[in-house]
Design a protein around this ligand. Sequence first.
Ligand code: URA
Length: 224
Amino acid sequence: MPDAVPAAERASLLAQLAREASGCTKCDLSQSRTQVVFGVGNPDAELMFVGEAPGFHEDRQGEPFVGAAGQLLTRLLESIGLTRAQVYIGNVLKCRPPGNRDPLPVEIEACRPYLVEQIRLVDPRIVVTLGNFATKLILDTTAGISKLRGRRFTYEGRLLVPTFHPAAALRGGGGGRFGIDPVTGLEEDFRLVGQILRELREAPAAQGPAEESPVEEPAQLGLF
Ligand code: URA
């Protein structure tokens, strides 16, 4: 686990990182973006979400998950008694890929240090990765989201729960492509996250979850 950041310094260090990122030219997306979409929410959040990349509305408004996928994310948060203001929301890429195409490996690598530092500064107890790009990057795996979703992993001493991307759920997909209806999968996975949060709140900080939980390391998946 990286060194803990003093709580009093988190907000200002995050703001400083956001200022640095706002002028970033590390990849070609700097030429097509309207603005950098750094992240939003509570700098002291227990729960942090990592999506893929800003879309049209996010690029215009400068905030992650403000379009249709964001509305679904907000509804899912409410289903476990949370508001957007209580959590922290970021993305793998801080700039919109033209036409909302998939992030390129070179863009992901250029942007990765911002995300790693964002997670270190917010210091959440649980990271929820939304979709394949965030999950594969953070868990350093090639396994797909259908295999990994709804399970507990560890990342840098934190719990990590992968789930579907809300936009994939909105596109439908049904049970065929993912093995489960993605909206149902998201709802299930959010219930798990709510349960883990309750466990963490009931357990002394140093001891982690109250009950022994089936935390998996990527290596346990037989992926490496
Ligand atoms: N999809 C994402 O992955 N991130 C956003 O901010 C919006 C849509």
